[in-house]
Design a protein around this ligand. Structure first.
Ligand SMILES: [Zn+2]
Length: 120
């Protein structure tokens, strides 16, 4: 895997990477705060330009954490790097989809009983 440059991140945002590279970039993003910072910068640049990859990215919800992962984030449970990535996704990227999802989970937690009841 070659070094991840701004060009690669731009392609990533534009969904122009092959699947294996896309997965590698997502893994790298989870592992590296530096890279997440770079992605934020690229997003800002793109938002200023005519491509607005940030908007596309938000719309397409690339690399959104799962609902399970968001639940873990609420509880502060799980892999520290993953929690950091989710925080980045919510706060820096400001993904409206995940914010709504998190809001929903929060309400569910507030109203759920201590017993874990499962349907079925
Ligand atoms: Zn999201």
């Amino acid at each position: 895997m070659p070094a991840i440059t701004r060009e690669v991140l731009r392609d990533y945002l534009n969904d122009a990477l092959p699947d294996d590279e896309l997965a590698a970039v997502e893994r790298a993003l989870r592992d590296s705060a530096e890279l997440r910072q770079m992605l934020t910068e690229v997003l800002e640049q793109e938002d200023r330009g005519e491509h607005t990859a940030g908007a596309i990215w938000r719309r397409e919800r690339v690399s959104c954490p799962t609902r399970d992962q968001l639940g873990g984030y609420l509880l502060g449970a799980g892999d520290a790097d993953l929690l950091d990535y989710i925080r980045f996704h919510l706060d820096e990227i400001g993904c409206p989809y995940c914010q709504a999802n998190l809001d929903d989970l929060r309400k569910m937690q507030a109203t759920s009983s201590p017993k874990k009841a499962k349907k079925g």
